[in-house]
Design a binder for this molecule. Structure first.
Ligand SMILES: C[S@@+](CC[C@H](N)C(=O)[O-])C[C@H]1O[C@@H](n2cnc3c(N)ncnc32)[C@H](O)[C@@H]1O
Length: 209
């Protein structure tokens, strides 16, 4: 039953809910900076695909461990204007060499990765020096009253959201590995505060001297 929920119900639900216009605007804005050899972690149903700039992106490697997400995503791959390779994997152990990608992308995924700090270490490892990690995520509110509710509701959210955490401090997690990451954090006005505190950022892996 849990497997059915995770691989059949969730992908369809997520595709519908996260395919909306307010997500689209945020995807467009973030992904306009993606260029070169790109890796996307937590590819989901492939909703970012139309927002990559065909003139800037050379190829896309995409990973997501959920086979149901992969199934829906594959329907979108044929329309991609650059080569895309989708693999059914988690972000904690990437099968790519060190310094492979110009850019790594994560959209609303760091909430769901079980070993999120390991995944960030992997992002760092596979980025080329001078490469960029682009992300937009929801996470922990700076308002203590909201954060307390996020902590209380987190166990329920993890169940209904297939592993999604409400209360992760995304800035702290990313900045542990990318101390100079530029992060803008604010409530998205169209969402309830409990799930609508968004962290959007660009983290540069410094070029080697
Ligand atoms: C809320 S969805 C977001 C999907 C997509 N990034 C988007 O913007 O539409 C979270 C995604 O993280 C994926 N995920 C869960 N555990 C993961 C892991 N360990 N590594 C990478 N992705 C993971 C889920 O399968 C799901 O597709």
């Amino acid at each position: 039953m849990k497997q059915f929920y995770s691989t059949v119900v969730m992908p369809r639900l997520l595709d519908r809910v996260m395919g909306g216009e307010s997500f689209a605007q945020r995807r467009r804005s973030l992904l306009s900076a993606a260029a070169g050899e790109v890796l996307e972690i937590g590819f989901g149903t492939g909703l970012n695909l139309p927002f990559y700039d065909r003139d800037r992106v050379a190829s896309l490697a995409a990973i997501d461990p959920n086979g149901g997400m992969n199934r829906l995503a594959r329907r979108r791959l044929a329309a991609a204007p650059f080569p895309v390779e989708l693999r059914p994997l988690g972000g904690e152990a990437l099968p790519y060499g060190d310094r492979t990608f110009d850019c790594v992308v994560s959209t609303w995924t760091l909430c769901s990765i079980r070993e999120v700090e390991t995944a960030i270490d992997e992002v760092w490892r596979v980025l080329k020096p001078g490469g960029t990690f682009l992300f937009i995520e929801h996470g922990r509110s700076p308002d203590p009253a909201i954060a307390r509710w996020q902590d209380r509701l987190n166990p329920i959210q993890k169940r209904i959201g297939d592993g999604c955490h409400l209360n992760r401090n995304i800035a702290a997690i990313v900045q542990k590995r990318f101390p100079d990451a530029a992060i803008a954090a604010a409530y998205a006005p169209e969402f309830p505060k409990i799930g609508g505190y968004f962290y959007e950022g660009q983290a540069l892996k410094p070029p080697t001297p």
